[in-house]
Design a protein around this ligand. Structure first.
Ligand code: FE2
Length: 433
């Protein structure tokens, strides 16, 4: 007797399969499963995927848009200044309430794991204690991974290193940093070295805001890769943003990409934010600002798209929908071939899960966390930002969405009998001939 049986779904690779779940584990993924189950979901013709995962977010700032004012210039630097104003106004209860509100929205969109940076340079420490509380409250539903992030600079902000260590001691998971915001390149380099040293000493991962700049000479990713190798941290470090790479000299990038691949440093661009924060000082043509995603992928680098911000000092929009992120990402990166669009889907599901070290998968023995979408395949899911019909976390259905229906009333819009479309599940996914 199974607890849950999902019938007739289409996996991201195009195969049709039933998925049997007992407790919090997938116990079988087979073409036809006839076992009894407490609950059966008919997913015929619908895409069934591992959960959406957001490997880069700021949950202490989310849903604060307009407090105490909006970002008039639209730049990263004004956003950091605005966040400093907000930090002095908010309370721990504010942060918890906004974070919980955001998590409810994101979970409804099938996001079951989020890596959020937490500003530890808030002297009150309330950002850290608030998000530790949120992580604990949502533990059974959402994997919330916290990064000790010295927003105002490892060396630029007084006491930042001590605050990072205090946060790690309190249970924060990952070492963060922001080398391009230090006062000098030398301080930035030193901060990368120190972050990697601390992570190696404690057996932790590293995720740096790295080179979030249009300055082609912002090259802290080089130091991150070298320090990763020096400390044996391969596969455990990530460079978020890496936007300066967009503007770097091609010859230098030809040397840099193999170094990043050798060090197994993951790249986490954030397309919605990179396309709006970067290029602000350009006239025309304006740079796109997102890092070189297809080239990183071709070099063998692990690349995931992150959300980064939703209605906060840096970004007025966003909805916690990783399909929106993938949609923007593939546009900005010109990744419009069928294979590239499927890759963009993996970049908001499997790949960020791997970066965060999560045990998601559509095989027997994996955690029973899956999402059923109102689309037949990953490309259609991205195109339509398809409804998440059901979200299953650790074997339990935690969210359901009924698709909205539109009724067309004008006479010329009525279907003739010869125009009735084939059912969605009978359509073939788009493949090159
Ligand atoms: Fe960020």
């Amino acid at each position: 007797m199974m607890d849950l049986l999902i019938k007739g779904g289409i996996l991201p690779d195009g195969t049709q399969a039933d998925i049997a779940i007992a407790g919090d584990r997938i116990v079988a993924v087979e073409a036809e499963i006839t076992a009894q189950a407490s609950r059966i979901i008919d997913a015929t013709g619908k895409l069934v995927t591992t959960p959406f995962v957001d490997a880069h977010f700021h949950m202490d700032a989310t849903l604060s848009y307009g407090r105490p004012r909006v970002n008039a210039s639209g730049t990263l630097l004004e956003g950091i200044g605005l966040w400093a104003e907000l930090k002095s106004l908010q309370t721990k209860d504010d942060i918890v309430a906004r974070a919980m509100d955001y998590c409810r929205q994101a979970i409804g969109k099938g996001v079951l794991a989020i890596r959020t940076h937490v500003d530890v340079t808030d002297q009150s420490f309330q950002t850290v204690s608030a998000l530790l509380e949120v992580r604990d409250r949502l533990r059974d539903v959402l994997d919330l991974q916290l990064v000790a992030f010295p927003q105002d600079g490892w060396y630029r902000a007084q006491g930042a290193e001590a605050a990072v260590i205090r946060a790690l001691d309190a249970g924060v998971d990952v070492v963060g940093g922001i080398p391009h915001f230090e006062r000098t390149m030398a301080d930035g380099t030193a901060s990368v070295r120190r972050a990697c040293e601390l992570a190696a000493d404690r057996g932790l991962m590293v995720d740096l805001h790295c080179d979030e700049s249009d300055d082609p000479l912002s090259r802290h990713i080089e130091t991150l890769a070298a320090e990763t190798i020096r400390h044996g941290l391969e596969g455990r470090t990530a460079g978020s943003h890496l936007t300066s790479m967009h503007s770097m000299d091609n010859y230098y990038v030809a040397k840099l990409l193999p170094l990043i691949a050798e060090a197994q440093v993951a790249a986490i661009p954030n397309p919605l934010i990179n396309i709006t924060l970067q290029g602000r000082m350009d006239s025309y043509p304006k740079r796109r600002g997102m890092t070189r995603v297809p080239e990183l992928l071709a070099a063998g680098v692990t690349v995931a798209f992150g959300q980064d911000c939703v209605r906060d000092p840096w970004y007025p929009l966003g909805s916690g929908d990783m399909l929106e992120v993938a949609h923007m990402g593939l546009h900005v990166a010109l990744m419009t071939s069928p294979d590239q669009m499927k890759e963009a889907f993996r970049m908001v599901t499997e790949t960020p899960a791997a970066i965060m070290g999560l045990d998601f998968g559509l095989q027997a023995g994996k955690r029973a966390s899956v999402v059923i979408l109102n689309a037949p395949d990953p490309i259609e899911a991205i195109r339509l930002r398809a409804d998440r019909l059901a979200v299953v976390s650790n074997g339990k259905v935690v969210a359901e969405t009924k698709p909205a229906t539109t009724t067309l009333l004008a006479a010329p819009l009525q279907l003739r009998s010869s125009e009735v479309p084939a059912p969605t599940h009978a359509r073939k996914s788009i493949e090159p001939d």
